[in-house]
Design a protein around this ligand. Structure first.
Ligand code: ADP
Ligand code: MG
Length: 715
């Protein structure tokens, strides 16, 4: 069982790990994972969940600063951009700046005594610095790696005060550095909160009100109060709150939020409208078919919400990198600070100002070295990528899948329902001599009446299934083969050729091109129907584009070889396998993946009914969300909402952009930092520049990550 919580008071990636580790120690917790950029805590419980009160207590014993709250699934999750904490910080900055100004006036203009202005500076410093230092002390208390930006800043500030010992009375610089970095902190928080909200908005398509029709009245209620069967009114411009069927009225519906396609669909009586879409023109009355929590919009949000739990390689790299990087920066700074010592060795005369100069350089070096820019902006890039694909109707359930989409070697795809529409039509009937057409139809429909397979749906058509079902016993469906049942005391068998052979029924193998269903009654062969399934119009285009990217495509199907071959050659797939049972498909994937053991990923695309095991087994499992069964959608790593195979091309492109964005952020941040660190070693960087380089860069890169959300998707 999995639950998501929001944690306030996560100051740094370090705290996130501490929380993860602390909670994992509890015997009831199977796995705890914290996403620093979205402030979410994901807990998978072994069997029983920890009551919220106890869990809150537990988190606050790990760190008194952590504040846990439950994720309110009915409310839109939006972070306040300017939080109370930020206001308090702003006030502290203002007070401290005033005091610093007073100190500067006293020291340089009024020539006050040291013992007057030093306390003023000290109070100014204390006011802006205390939380930073406290975080550092907490790291030490909790036996955490203390080498993070909190230590760097504390030392930089206190260090510049101590420079007075070397005759370099730069008190105000120490205060200024912290003031600047706290201002930077405010900008950073605002930028991250804004990004978070923008992405959240792209992912959360839920309406927050619904017009419930109550006799002659219309009551505005929250969608979660709607019940199945209620009638609701949708007005122009409103978001459809829950999934339902149009019972009266007419209008055009913009489905782009779900599918990314901008052509509006015409909705009339009987149209199944999905939540999250917008009514562009007209006005419709709908009957509620699914409650709020199980409607499409909530489902999508639920799927994407836990994406932060599965981290991308770049994100994992960063957390490891930060662990070694900060101590290295720290050691280098110490080396810079003691350069004058080496001059002494060479008998060069070193005076106090040389010492203070080198210590100052070391302090600048420390400030520039803060890894924040990378630590914050890279996870945000992945979050943006997931938001962007969500905007285009592709739900990606984790950042790691974006990684894997960047290195696909092969896509293995199911045929029916994935490359084809999955809506069959009967093309031809061949009935044995002496059997009436009526009886053949009756038996065939009876045999399929309890099946959910697309073939069965085509055969049943508009018939009343109930009237058949009442006369049946021992119905059985053998996945990938066919069905058997006893109808009016006649034993019926319907299915493919192998299935008939298995049931010892003497049939003549048909040479027709299409999916063929044979029928027998009381072991007597009655004839067959040929069904045709339309190839999805964009499947061919998808395969051409995949080939251009150097990706191979293999088609798997349970259908007969002849039909499979004709579809395969029409689509130009690289190879195909036919007459496979569902478990043989999974076995094929396993065998295909095993020998290569390469870093390249194998993708499986399927629509469901019996594809779930293959979807689970592949490196990336993709399900068709519209036609797909719930099992397939739940197990898939990626869900294509409108069943358009071309969307996989979009997903692959988005994956590449995301990775490039993350790499760009890492490289630019490191390059700028490296350049400035070198300059600071030569004394060419002032403290304020160092702070700007740190916080300014973080803001820029956070914005850069967010831009991904607004990128135009072209194929
Ligand atoms: P695919 O691999 O193309 O998605 P399935 O594995 O669902 O197809 O089915 C494979 C074959 O088994 C079908 O082509 C059909 O011949 C037969 N079959 C499966 N279910 C049924 C059914 N309910 N009635 C008749 N034939 C069926
Ligand atoms: Mg299928």
């Amino acid at each position: 069982m999995k639950k998501i919580y929001i944690v306030a008071g996560l100051d740094c990636a370090n705290c996130a790990y501490r929380l993860e580790r602390g909670l994992s120690k509890d015997s009831r917790v199977e796995k705890a994972s914290v996403d620093f950029s979205t402030k979410r805590l994901y807990i998978t419980y072994k069997d029983k969940e920890i009551p919220f009160k106890e869990l809150s207590l537990l988190t606050s014993t790990i760190d008194s600063g952590f504040k846990l709250s439950e994720l309110d699934t009915n409310k839109k999750a939006s972070t306040k951009i300017f939080t109370k904490e930020l206001w308090i910080l702003l006030i502290r900055i203002i007070i401290s700046s005033v005091l610093m100004a007073l100190g500067i006036l006293g020291q340089y203009v009024f020539n006050w005594e040291m013992y007057i202005y030093i306390p003023i500076y000290s109070v100014a410093l204390l006011i802006v610095l205390y939380d930073i230092t406290w975080k550092f002390i907490k790291n030490v208390i909790h036996l955490q790696n203390p080498f993070d930006e909190n230590l760097l800043l504390t030392i930089a500030a206190i260090g510049s005060f101590l420079l007075v010992l070397f005759g370099h009375p730069s008190f105000f610089e120490g205060v200024l550095v912290i003031i600047l970095s706290q201002i930077g902190e405010i900008f950073e928080s605002v930028a991250t909160n804004k990004s978070r909200n923008a992405i959240q908005k792209a992912v959360d398509l839920r309406a927050d009100k619904a017009n419930l029709i109550n006799g002659d009245n219309i009551n505005v209620v929250h969608p979660s109060e709607l019940a199945i069967g209620d009638h609701i009114l949708i007005k122009v411009g409103e978001i459809i709150p829950v999934d339902g069927v149009v019972v009266s009225g007419e209008g055009s519906i913009d489905t782009s939020s779900l599918t990314g396609e901008f052509i509006p669909v015409n909705a009339q009586e009987g149209y199944l409208a999905l939540s999250g879409c917008i009514l562009k023109t007209g006005s419709i009355i709908m009957e509620v078919k699914k409650d709020f929590a199980s409607s499409t919009a909530s489902k999508i949000l639920e799927l994407v919400s836990s994406s932060g739990e599965r981290k991308a390689k770049a994100e994992k790299f960063i957390s490891k990198f930060a662990k070694v990087y900060t101590p290295i920066i720290f050691s280098l700074a110490i080396i810079i600070a003691i350069v004058p010592l080496s001059l002494l060795i060479f008998n060069v005369n070193v005076d106090a100002s040389t010492w203070s100069d080198w210590i100052y350089r070391a302090l600048c070096f420390l400030v520039i070295g803060c890894p924040c820019a990378i630590v914050i902006s890279v996870p945000l890039a992945y979050f943006s990528g997931i938001g962007l694909s969500s905007k285009h109707g592709v739900v990606i359930k984790g950042a790691n899948y974006l990684d894997r989409l960047c290195s696909i070697s092969t896509i293995i795809s199911d045929k029916t329902g994935t490359l084809t529409e999955g809506s069959f039509v009967i093309k031809k009937e061949v009935i044995q001599d002496g059997i009436s057409k009526e009886l053949f139809h009756e038996y065939l429909i009876a045999a399929e009446s309890l099946s959910n397979h697309p073939i069965a749906k085509a055969i049943i058509g508009q018939e009343n299934v109930q009237s058949f079902a009442l006369l049946e016993q021992n119905y059985e469906e053998i996945s990938g083969k066919g069905t058997t049942t006893t109808y009016k005391n006649v034993a019926l068998v319907a299915g493919n050729y192998d299935f008939m052979v298995e049931n010892k029924i003497n049939v003549l193998k048909s040479q027709e091109n299409g999916t063929i269903v044979y029928l027998s009654a009381n072991k007597k062969y009655y004839g067959y129907v040929v069904l045709d399934d339309m190839i999805r119009s964009s499947a061919k285009q998808m395969i051409d584009l995949l080939h251009k990217k150097g990706i191979k495509i293999i088609m798997l199907t349970g259908d007969n070889d002849k039909h499979a071959q004709s579809v395969a050659s029409e689509l130009n797939v690289d190879s195909y396998k036919s007459q496979l049972m569902p478990d043989e498909k999974t076995k094929f994937i396993e065998e295909f993946m095993a020998p290569t053991k390469s870093k390249k990923s194998v993708v499986f695309m399927g629509d469901g009914i019996n594809d779930a095991p293959s979807i689970i087994r592949a490196d990336v499992g993709i399900a068709m969300g519209g036609v797909g069964s719930d099992a397939a959608v739940d197990n898939a790593d990626i869900v294509i909402m409108n069943d358009d195979p071309l969307k996989i091309i979009d997903a692959i492109n988005i994956a590449h952009w995301t990775r490039n964005k993350a790499l760009f952020n890492i490289i630019v941040a490191l390059a700028i930092k490296l350049a400035l660190m070198i300059l600071s070693t030569f004394g060419l960087v002032e403290m304020w520049m160092a702070v700007l380089a740190d916080t300014g860069l973080t803001c820029l890169l956070v914005v850069n990550s967010l831009l991904l959300l607004y990128k135009k998707v072209r194929r």
